[in-house]
Ligand binder design. Structure first.
Ligand SMILES: Cc1cc2nc3c(=O)[nH]c(=O)nc-3n(C[C@H](O)[C@H](O)[C@H](O)COP(=O)(O)O)c2cc1C
Length: 223
């Protein structure tokens, strides 16, 4: 049995999956059942999950990838990041981005390779399952908080069954296409996508490990 520490600290954003190893529907539902124990204010459980596999996933990936490779970056309908980047966040973001690209041997300035790698998002990095998380549009900030906890719970629950994940805000850039193709109604706000599957042990990209700041850096004790 995996320890809580291993479940949390051993999770990583996985960007290489075994495309031909399917995840049975019962297993997807089991992961979501476990994750559904996530807390939410007054237990309102505001999240919704949309699962794409097979032909629907393939058609969506194809269309999104074509759009991405044509240079259309899309536009989100919510700000995930600060409008004005500043330190220390911009530095951490750069370290993460360059770390990933250098793991893949992509040099600074190689825009074509960077574009292609970013495009892998739209293929769910080869995962057999794609998840989309939405909220009713009239829900407030607290429900976004609840949904974030639920999403992390999905990532941790998945690990208990040998599965890995990559949370993907990239899909929000093309939220209109995603919602139309998946059949998500207009009253839903797309929060995040996610790749889900069994990790490819031979994928170089999965050797990339991000760093973390020490808890002393973000913690203040008042005695
Ligand atoms: C809400 C959310 C959205 C993310 N979106 C993307 C994405 O679109 N594409 C991607 O490759 N990684 C994405 N990530 C992964 C982050 O880059 C990653 O969590 C971070 O660099 C820390 O690395 P780790 O998850 O391996 O610990 C996202 C993470 C979160 C929490």
């Amino acid at each position: 049995m995996i320890s809580v520490e291993d479940a949390i600290a051993g999770r990583q954003s996985t960007r290489g999956f075994l495309a031909d190893k399917p995840v049975p529907r019962e297993l997807i539902l089991k992961v979501l059942e476990v994750a559904g124990r996530a807390p939410s204010g007054s237990n309102i459980q505001p999240w919704k999950v949309w699962v794409v596999t097979g032909a629907v996933k393939d058609a969506l990936s194809k269309e999104l990838l074509e759009r991405h490779m044509s240079g259309d970056q899309g536009k989100r309908n919510y700000n995930y990041y600060p409008v004005e980047w500043r330190e220390p966040y911009i530095g951490r973001r750069r370290e993460c981005g360059w770390g990933l690209y250098s793991t893949l041997g992509i040099e600074k300035g190689d825009k074509e390779k960077m574009l292609r790698q970013h495009g892998r998002n739209y293929e769910f990095f080869g995962a057999p399952v794609g998840l989309f998380f939405t909220l009713d549009k009239d829900m407030e900030l607290g429900s976004w908080l609840d949904t974030g906890m639920f999403i992390q719970s999905v990532m941790l629950a998945a690990r208990g069954f040998g599965l890995e994940t990559c949370p993907q805000a990239a899909f929000c850039n093309h939220f209109e296409m995603v919602t139309a193709r998946v059949g998500i109604p207009d009253d839903q706000q797309l929060v995040c996508g996610m790749a889900l599957g069994f990790p490819d042990p031979d994928a170089v990209v999965n050797t990339f490990r991000t760093t973390r700041i020490d808890p002393e850096t973000f913690t203040t004790f008042a005695d």
